[in-house]
Ligand binder design. Structure first.
Ligand code: CA
Length: 232
């Protein structure tokens, strides 16, 4: 099973104008991407600081927190996610400020979808073989291209479902994921499968990942769900 760069890239699109946002979403989906779209600055900052993305497409003028202040905060947190800012045609000063703050690239509105996609693919190519294909947490490594998982250099065999579950946990270490979220993400069911299905899969995964190691990586948050967090 080999996924394309488009499928592997996790993209956050921050754009408050609903028309433009849906134009971007549609264009990206048609090109094989699966973006997450958000419409205001506060939600964007929350997402950018609690979840891992491979690229953020960031409008500057937003309700709530503006794009430049989101970018500043992301870089202050030493988050190196590539950021493409969207600026107005006459927005020379915000373009310069954005690049100074650590934006990787910019597009001037109105831009063509092809231009955005070309830039995203360029970022994807730079990342593949590096950050994009490899998820790492402590001594645990998951390769999205080869589908190999190893801990402390020892290869671990997982079923496709266990692999998806582990990938989901590894995408946002420290974040508590509820059973419902896990059901939606890993089983693709928008209703509760019954907690048992998730619990059983977690138990199997935990046996493969944590058994024989002093530091345990998969934690149960009683009454809430699960999280990836190193605990000895
Ligand atoms: Ca705007």
């Amino acid at each position: 099973m080999s996924d394309s760069i488009e499928q592997l890239m996790r993209i956050l699109v921050v754009e408050d104008e609903k028309k433009i946002a849906s134009f971007i979403r549609k264009g990206l989906v048609e090109s094989g991407f699966n973006p997450l779209v958000c419409h205001n600055g506060d939600d964007a900052l929350h997402l950018a600081t609690t979840e891992r993305f491979d690229t953020i497409v960031l409008d500057i003028m937003l309700p709530g927190r503006d794009g430049l202040s989101i970018l500043r905060k992301i870089r202050e947190d030493r988050n190196t996610v590539p950021v493409i800012i969207l600026t107005a045609r006459d927005g020379l000063s915000e373009r310069i400020e954005g690049l100074d703050l650590g934006a990787d690239d910019y597009l001037t509105k109105p831009f063509s979808m092809d231009e955005l996609i070309a830039r995203l693919r360029a970022i994807g190519r730079r990342m593949s073989g590096g950050g994009l294909s490899l998820q790492q947490y402590e001594d645990l490594t998951l390769n999205l291209i080869t589908r190999e998982v190893s801990r402390a250099g020892q290869k671990i065999e997982l079923t496709p479902r266990e692999f998806s579950l582990l990938e989901y946990l590894m995408r946002s270490p420290g974040r508590v994921l509820t059973r419902t979220q896990i059901c939606e993400q890993v089983w693709d069911y928008h209703f509760d499968l019954g907690t048992n299905v998730v619990d059983v899969c977690i138990q199997r995964l935990r046996r493969k990942i944590d058994d024989g190691h002093d530091v345990r990586l998969i934690q149960t948050m009683r009454g809430v769900g699960y999280t990836m967090k190193a605990t000895s």
